[in-house]
Design a protein around this ligand. Structure first.
Ligand SMILES: [Cu+2]
Length: 126
């Protein structure tokens, strides 16, 4: 009897974790970066209001990005890659990893007004 109720409690706990995990992956919650070594490390320089380079070609797989801001706070996000974001404070450098398959992506800075001012670029993964 005790064994049985313990098993039930464990099953309920497992279910709760699964539901919580589902919620965070579909929302704007924590992003889980890929584990393992990157196939390429790419440094992107951010300033108001542009990225350098604004055209990047990379192999498919895990990519490590280094975002360097030379002035104010900027971010680095990739359209349709939910949750991935690197944020570099004023004059700071930040890093992040993302796993991408072949395709053409648009990267941008999501701070209001920055993308429309020119902070975007193309990432070609092959
Ligand atoms: Cu920006």
């Amino acid at each position: 009897m005790i064994r049985r109720s313990l098993a039930t409690a464990a099953a309920v706990a497992g279910l709760a974790v699964a539901v919580a995990g589902c919620g965070s992956s579909s929302g704007s919650g924590a992003y889980t970066p890929p584990t393992g070594p990157p196939v390429k490390t790419i440094t992107v320089h951010a300033s108001s209001y542009k990225f350098q380079p604004d055209g990047i070609t990379a192999p498919a797989g895990i990519l490590a990005f280094t975002l360097e801001s030379s002035d104010i706070q900027h971010s680095f996000r990739i359209k349709n890659v939910n949750g991935f974001m690197i944020e570099a404070g004023a004059g700071k450098t930040a890093t992040g990893k993302v796993k991408l398959s072949a395709g053409k992506y648009t990267f941008y800075c999501d701070i209001p007004g920055h993308e429309s001012a020119g902070m975007k670029g193309t990432l070609t993964v092959k």
